[in-house]
Design a binder for this molecule. Structure first.
Ligand SMILES: Cc1ncc(COP(=O)(O)O)c(C=O)c1O
Length: 309
């Protein structure tokens, strides 16, 4: 059993600040735009990217208590939480969307969670949707039958997570004009924008459809920083049909990016971010001389739904 600790950085030695790499790509350079990759995917093999940045402050707050959190059948966040539990020696409970999954063989992602010691609790979709309702949550906690549990919301995005992600913005101070990131629950963007300096701006690319994200980012910033901070915007055109959806065009783009740069492109988030940046650059959204840092928030690990959608 690994040592119990409430200081994850001491035990896991993340690669921080994450590397910032220039990338020569004529789809940017022909418009006078300099592209940098902020390699958050290299922070830790089991807690890459925003997983580390969001979880570390929450694990500190949990101080060794069991951690209960939520996710879908392919959730990167569930996998990262389970891995953190194994590495740091605390118990984890994953509440998984879809009670029909309880009777099926576990997919590779959930198999990894279970192998890391995560207890999986499958709940029906109606309950899952209502999990932020205190009554529904207390029923879930009863089902989990674990005292003194620390609850982390879906996607790991809460005020502490946004605070953790503000470090990403601080690492980019003085180094870029624009910082771009793919968004799911909005916690990474909320923190990134807060950490940047005056004159720098953040742009987020939602991978889900729906247009609800701006409100979520504002709420997270209120909770984490006491009000709106930083210059940020969203470009909602590049969701490619929604979460984990793709198109042949996006798949070709990701394969071509890998071939050009030798960089495997995570398909659910990072491919949509890079595609969006190529499009925005061609539209003239960035004046010549602009530096744009694309945050690589995760890496391909083969557990995502192949060609989902
Ligand atoms: C690889 C990757 N990139 C980006 C995101 C989006 O982060 P957020 O949910 O904070 O918007 C996620 C989800 O957590 C992710 O797994």
């Amino acid at each position: 059993m690994p040592p119990r600790t409430s200081e994850p950085a001491a035990a896991l030695r993340p690669l921080l600040p994450s590397p910032l790499q220039p990338l020569e790509d004529d789809r940017f350079s022909r418009y006078g735009v300099r592209l940098l990759l902020k390699r958050d995917d290299l922070i830790h093999p089991d807690l890459p990217g925003n997983k580390w940045r969001k979880l570390a402050p929450n694990l500190r707050a949990a101080a060794g208590r069991p951690v209960l959190t939520f996710g879908g059948a392919y959730s990167n966040h569930l996998r990262a939480t389970a891995a953190a539990g194994r590495l740091l020696g605390f118990r984890t409970i994953g509440v998984v969307r879809g009670d029909e999954l309880a009777t099926r063989p576990l997919n590779p992602s959930l198999t990894r969670c279970a192998a890391d010691g995560m207890r999986l609790l499958f709940v029906d979709r109606t309950t899952y949707r209502a999990k932020d309702d205190p009554e529904v949550l207390s029923r879930i906690l009863e089902q989990a039958a674990t005292d003194d549990v620390y609850v982390v919301p879906e996607g790991g995005s809460n005020a502490l997570a946004a605070t953790g992600c503000s470090e990403l913005g601080r690492e980019l101070r003085g180094l870029t004009d624009v910082a771009a990131v793919a968004c799911g629950t909005g916690g990474t963007l909320a923190g990134l924008a807060a950490g940047l300096d005056d004159g720098q701006r953040a742009v987020g690319f939602p991978v889900l459809r729906g247009g609800f994200l701006a409100g979520t980012v504002r709420t997270l910033q209120d909770e984490a920083f006491g009000g709106p901070v930083g210059d940020w915007s969203l470009d909602g055109r590049f969701h490619f049909g929604g979460y984990a959806r793709t198109t042949p065009e996006l798949d070709r783009f990701a394969a071509d990016f890998r071939a050009r740069h030798g960089l495997p492109v995570e398909g659910v988030y990072v491919a949509k971010l890079l595609y969006g940046l190529v499009e925005l650059t061609a539209e003239g959204a960035f004046a010549p001389g602009t530096t744009v840092a694309a945050v690589v928030t995760g890496h391909e690990d083969g557990s995502s739904p192949a060609g989902a959608g």
